[in-house]
Write a protein that binds this ligand. Structure first.
Ligand SMILES: [Zn+2]
Length: 174
């Protein structure tokens, strides 16, 4: 089952310090126990990430994370939940926040960033409109055979001004 979402959704409203706080507050040993690993007194068990009969997976207390001497899998508590439950980093962070009642997130729902998207869309359509208008200007220049005016020339400035007025007219009537 693929539970991964589109990248833009993954990191919605998740500052990097959230991950650091989770690592600080959820001891790796507790997370391992919470998600069903049975650790020996030395903190070892059979690796959940590769098939083995002799335990080579070691969980370190506190912020030590985990490491498998068999397959090389390793990381912090967020990485563990990410891999173990097949979640994205942000999803793993939310999962740990919920399961260990950390209260790092205001609500279960991700913050609504749709205004950013609509702003980007608005800007894009404005750019498109500008580009179309510019095409129109070029077209009009061609029709009127007006050379590109130097900005300092008063006569061509007047022509440009007239062209601008004509352009406004065409824009209104198109
Ligand atoms: Zn392993």
């Amino acid at each position: 089952m693929n539970r991964r979402r589109a990248p833009s959704e993954l990191h919605r409203g998740l500052p990097p310090e959230v991950f650091a706080r989770i690592v600080e507050r959820v001891p790796m040993t507790e997370a391992a126990a919470r998600y069903g690993l049975t650790l020996s007194r030395q903190g070892t068990c059979c690796c959940p990430f590769h098939s083995e009969k002799t335990p080579s997976f070691k969980v370190y207390p506190g912020t030590g994370g985990f490491y498998c001497f068999g397959c090389g899998a390793g990381g912090d508590v967020v990485t563990f939940v990410e891999k173990f439950l097949n979640l994205s980093p942000a999803q793993a962070a939310r999962r740990l926040d919920a399961d260990f009642s950390l209260g790092l997130f205001d609500s279960a729902a991700p913050p609504d960033d749709s205004w950013k998207q609509s702003k980007a869309e608005r800007e894009r359509s404005e750019q498109e409109k500008e580009s179309k208008d510019w095409q129109l200007v070029l077209e009009l220049r061609r029709l009127h055979r007006i050379p590109p005016p130097p900005a300092t020339d008063p006569e061509t400035y007047a022509q440009a001004k007239a062209l601008e007025e004509y352009l406004e007219y065409v824009k209104e009537t198109r």
